[in-house]
Design a binder for this molecule. Structure first.
Ligand code: QAP
Ligand code: CO
Length: 196
């Protein structure tokens, strides 16, 4: 221990750090997996963007980065409020938050993209969606913002808003493909629940 630092000063520093880390503590949330019926819940609009919501957002971001994923809707962590977190950056250092997101389709153009989902782990399928949209949402301070996202961002926000409406990307596939994914995931979930 550096002797120019008195014992009391050191204790003060340690205690301050402890308080800071306690303050910043985040939690990993459990991600629901298809075909869990709770993924079919329709989320309610956030009325007040308060500290409870901001704590939830931090936990959702940590859960998404840990997975790792590029987008996560509150529905997936069994919180049925209209909140989406996303980070499409290379270095996973550009978190984006969308509260009560709403999309308006601007024209008939569609694009097809390979999609995956943290709630459907290990499966990736092509889905067609509107290509040109306008997005309206609240930020983490409850302030309204608008944008016209394109590319991956447009795909991802539509995928996440689907979650808030109880919809999954597998719903766009044939019943045959969806059932096959369901059976395979149920088998994996049984193995995880009953390790032996
Ligand atoms: C939604 O998905 C999305 O299967 C976000 O084993 C994906 O973060 C929107 C993930 C693609 C548009 C295009 C999936 C991680 C992550 C898995 C994700 C997996 C591990 C998915
Ligand atoms: Co998803």
């Amino acid at each position: 221990m550096p002797n120019n630092l008195s014992n009391n000063t050191m204790l003060a520093v340690v205690y301050t750090r402890l308080l800071e880390t306690r303050h910043k503590q985040m939690s990993l949330l459990n991600i629901l997996e298809f075909p869990d019926p709770r993924l079919r819940t329709i989320a309610k609009p956030v009325v007040d963007v308060d500290n409870r919501i901001r704590t939830l957002i931090n936990d959702m971001l940590e859960t998404m980065y840990n997975a790792p994923g590029i987008g996560l809707a509150a529905t997936q962590v069994n919180v049925h409020q209209r909140i989406v977190v996303m980070d499409l950056s290379e270095d996973a250092n550009e978190p984006q938050i969308f509260i009560n997101p709403e999309v308006e389709v601007l024209d008939d153009a569609t694009c097809s993209n390979q999609e995956g989902c943290l709630s459907v782990p290990g499966f990736y399928e092509t889905v067609d969606r509107p290509e040109h949209i306008r997005l309206k949402a609240l930020d983490k301070d409850g302030k309204t913002f608008e944008m016209e996202p394109d590319g991956l961002m447009a795909v991802c926000i539509q995928h996440e808003i689907d979650h808030l409406n109880g919809k999954l990307f597998v719903d766009y596939l044939s019943a045959f493909k969806r059932e096959r994914i369901k059976k395979k995931l149920e088998k994996l979930q049984r193995q995880q629940d009953n390790p032996s």
